[in-house]
Write a protein that binds this ligand. Structure first.
Ligand code: AMP
Ligand code: MG
Length: 496
């Protein structure tokens, strides 16, 4: 890195911006300095007050006066240094050069807590990495990202977040004409596995090392003091991703486009294009229209996670050891730990969903048997756990079966065997089983009202409900309903 460390930049501006742009101190190959393309008539659609407060930006200033101009990229905040990041990635298994084709990183906001958070626009115009794309985004998909990412955050799943959406006043052309929009996305960084794949393929070993040192300093500073910091970096990322993907599985979240450019080094969920939550439990569930082979199906996510991390390990090989063979062996050992790490996170989360504090050998069987019943009887994943939380057997579609009666008896015996009371077990289940998830039909309903009718109330109400998913209140009941039966399977789309 040019310059030294990530020192804190003081002196927040009137709007509360407090930028320090460490990314610009990386070698120039890692980015292109480019400003957002101006738009005709910015208008603020939605703004995230709690997030603004965490960031230390002035919510009022950004929602009034020229705030929309700033959030649309027409006025660059003081201290920002806009750039598009270079990266590559494996998309559906194939290597491609990518980069921010429609995003601009303004810089890193230093929060009042001293955290460093990327502020990025998405849909803010063309960059040197746009290829044939228009650099723009439609209102529907940007609101969808806002809703989904904020819902994930409230569920306790690490994620990029959404500060605001503005419309641009300019149309974008997809299958139909849409209102153009820009999302302000925040992230602990936008470093991806694909950033490392880019470095190992197109940069020198020295530049790859600079990127790795930068990443360690930014995300895993404890690795810096280790004998082999790069091996520790690899292991740390594997661990964070294992935990993240376990959380997805536990919540029934299907990312939909787990390409390596959408796999963060920080362990945050990124890219809310074709994602959706599963209703009825089925590991084969796929919503993305282009994922015809089911590569990114719900049940495949842990395997794909391991595959993506193997690409990260490959990229780090030149740094792991001077001896190639030894380096490859180290990378393989680190990768082979992923499966067990993932399973530990997953089963410990599943135990909590069933009110279990300790661990017993047969727990896996208990869990698998429950999921088997859900699959066989097309049971709603979220609501089945909700019914168990309240022991509302009548709400379970498979409650009349012998298999369930047998299972329930075993579960009760298991709960009684542990030290904690049934009351404590219920509390644990309560905290671990959300009442509401962003159901696809509810998200679509909110987007339709916003985009077609200019009515943002449906979305505001949905956002409110989704902000406290573990509070099982009566007013949420309508949002717990699975979608009405439909002839057409729900489909999501990439690159919108
Ligand atoms: P995604 O599917 O969102 O992960 O995007 C894959 C790649 O396509 C990234 O390099 C994006 O920056 C780029 N991209 C997506 N949409 C556009 C667009 N409308 N204009 C330019 N680049 C785009
Ligand atoms: Mg992406």
């Amino acid at each position: 890195m040019k310059g030294d460390t990530m020192t804190r930049n003081t002196g927040a501006t009137e709007k509360g911006w407090n930028f320090d742009n460490s990314y610009t101190r990386l070698p120039e190959k890692f980015y292109s300095s480019v400003t957002p393309a101006p738009v005709s008539a910015p208008a603020l659609i939605v703004f995230n007050n709690p997030l603004a407060e965490e960031l230390g930006v002035n919510a009022q200033e950004l929602q009034e006066g020229d705030g929309a101009e700033v959030l649309a990229g027409n006025k660059i905040p003081e201290g920002a240094s806009p750039l598009a990041q270079a990266y590559a990635g494996h998309q559906f298994g194939h290597f491609t050069m990518l980069g921010d084709g429609r995003a601009h990183l303004l810089g890193e906001q230093i929060t009042p807590e001293g955290e460093r958070i990327d502020i990025q626009f998405k849909g803010s115009g063309r960059t040197p990495y746009s290829r044939g794309g228009d650099g723009r985004a439609g209102l529907g998909p940007m609101l969808r990202e806002y809703i989904m990412s904020e819902a994930m955050h409230a569920l306790g799943i690490p994620t990029t977040r959404s500060l605001a959406v503005v419309t641009t006043g300019d149309p974008v052309y997809r299958e139909t004409e849409q209102q153009g929009a820009i999302l302000t996305r925040t992230a602990s960084s936008h470093l991806r596995v694909g950033t490392f794949e880019y470095a190992v393929r197109y940069c020198s070993e020295g530049e790859l090392r600079e990127l790795a040192d930068y990443t360690i300093e930014r995300h895993y500073p404890e690795a810096g003091g280790e004998k082999n910091p790069y091996l520790t970096l690899l292991k740390s990322v594997i661990n964070r991703q294992a935990e993240l993907i376990a959380k997805w599985q536990l919540a029934g979240f299907i990312h939909g486009v787990m390409n390596t450019d959408n796999t963060t080094i920080s362990g945050e969920t990124i890219d809310y294009g074709p994602c959706a939550f599963m209703n009825t439990y089925d590991p084969k569930t796929v919503f993305s229209s282009i994922d015809v082979q089911g590569r990114y199906a719900y049940g495949n996510q842990p395997y794909i996670g391991g595959w993506n991390l193997a690409r990260f390990a490959e990229a780090l090989v030149p740094l792991l050891d001077k001896d190639d063979e030894k380096a490859v062996e180290m990378a393989q050992d680190a990768i082979s730990a992923f499966g067990d790490l993932y399973r530990d996170y997953y089963f410990s989360g599943m135990r909590k969903k069933l009110g279990l504090f300790n661990e017993e050998e047969e727990d896996k069987q208990l869990i698998d048997s429950l999921l088997g019943m859900m699959q066989k009887h097309d049971a709603d994943y979220t609501n089945s756990f909700l019914a168990l939380t309240y022991d509302n057997t009548e709400d379970l579609v498979f409650s009349e079966t012998d298999k369930y009666n047998d299972w329930h008896k075993k579960w009760q015996e298991r709960l009684e065997r542990q030290e904690q009371s049934i009351e404590e077990a219920r509390k644990l289940m309560h905290k671990s089983n959300p009442a509401v998830i962003p159901r696809n039909h509810r998200v679509e309903e909110a987007l339709d009202a916003a985009v077609s009718k200019n009515d943002f109330n449906v979305m505001e109400r949905l956002l409110e409900v989704l902000s406290t998913p573990y509070e099982h209140t009566e007013d949420k009941k309508a949002y717990t309903e699975p979608p009405p039966p439909s002839d057409r399977p729900y489909q999501t789309f990439c690159g919108t």
